[in-house]
Design a protein around this ligand. Structure first.
Ligand code: KG4
Ligand code: ZN
Length: 334
């Protein structure tokens, strides 16, 4: 029995997963409504809310799994990357449980956690595979070698894909978080109505020999900031009534541009790597157009794409317990 705890951003989450990857419980308390009025996550508010929610959420996860703390064999907790104050709440709880109950504690990298969402039942995917990790904080193309290791083939030079969705949603006057809102609205819009530019990034802009090996001088990196500016200009040209009328078309066209960039680079990476297996993880992997555009890609169920603790428990299955759990520290950046 592995108890996973995740508090890296604005979801307070706990889950119980078995050694075989069966999910016995998966509790996620989202704080998004709390942060919505600020248009984004306020770190200090997130930390305070985690503090209030973490014990009830852990208790709920144990109850739903129908086990007690005595039956927990291993703890897995997100150590980073994320908001440092938010991470410290989950980490402190995990340390307390580990120390008080003598339960081994495995520190888990949040990105590794997203990848490990694919290792859960009922349809686990085994490495090696090429993985697009697209979330609110990261956009990475990963060569996943085994259950504990990956190599970064490409990343974003500015905004993450989820961040581009969230900022776009804000420009369109939609709520926060915006990815799911754009996804919903885009279904009624025309993706060809507006042509938004998707930047191709030259290798020279990116340090690192591996990335410079890219063909035709093009790297496997992403850039979404130009796209956001293009949307800003398009919106600025419209009066309120026109914006109302065009909002769905703008959302559809904007989403289409992001998805085109993600799909293009992912397939290119797969070809270069010679990998015939592609997977998508992270909050943006919940996007319906992205999932439809990569029908052969492995993808976890929607509730395992966005932040959750089942994926953290899943990663903890493959990690090593810390020799001295009380000395573990959180890290903000990967
Ligand atoms: O993985 P995640 O829950 O948290 C991070 O680790 O960042 O990802 C959250 C991101 C947000 O930017 C959110 O807008 C985006 O995932 N997202 C979506 C969808 N659902 C969530 N983006 C596009 N389409 C969706 N359906
Ligand atoms: Zn995440």
């Amino acid at each position: 029995m592995i108890l996973g705890i995740e508090t890296s951003c604005d979801e307070t989450a706990a889950a119980v997963v078995t050694a075989d990857g069966d999910i016995l419980s998966n509790v996620v308390a989202s704080q998004s409504e709390l942060h919505a009025r600020f248009g984004g996550v306020v770190p200090e508010i997130a930390s305070r809310r985690h503090l209030e929610l973490v014990s009830p959420v852990v208790r709920e996860a144990l109850e739903r799994a129908d086990i007690t703390l005595d039956e927990v064999d291993r703890l897995g907790v997100t150590r980073g990357p994320g908001l440092i104050g938010a991470l410290l709440v989950g980490l402190a709880v995990a340390k307390g449980l580990s120390w008080g109950r003598g339960i081994p504690l495995v520190p888990v990298d949040h990105l590794q956690g997203h990848v490990a969402s694919l290792y859960l039942q009922p349809d686990p995917v085994d490495p090696p595979f090429l993985c697009l990790l697209a979330s609110g904080g990261h956009t990475l193309l990963l060569d996943v070698e085994d259950h504990t290791r990956f190599r970064v083939l490409g990343t974003t030079l500015d905004d993450a894909a989820g961040e581009a969705f969230d900022k776009g949603a804000r420009l369109l006057g939609l709520g926060y978080p915006g990815g799911a809102e754009i996804d919903r609205l885009a279904r009624t819009g025309d993706p060809e109505m507006y042509t938004f530019p998707v930047a191709r990034v030259r290798s020279a802009a990116t340090p690192g020999k591996a990335r410079r090996r890219a063909s035709k001088g093009m790297s496997l990196d992403f850039s979404f900031s130009g796209l956001k500016t293009a949307l800003l200009y398009a919106v600025r040209d419209l009066d309120p009534a026109e914006l109302e009328e065009r909002r769905a078309d703008l959302a559809a066209s904007y989403q289409h541009a992001i998805v085109r960039a993600l799909v293009g680079r992912t397939l290119e990476a797969a070809e270069r790597q010679g990998s015939d297996r592609v997977a998508i993880v992270g909050g943006v992997a919940a996007n319906s157009e992205l999932r439809a555009a990569l029908p052969d890609a492995a993808a976890a169920p929607l509730e395992l794409c966005t932040d959750n603790a089942a994926m953290i428990a899943s990663a903890a299955r493959f990690g090593s317990p810390a020799a001295d759990p009380l000395r573990l520290d959180a890290y903000a950046v990967a």
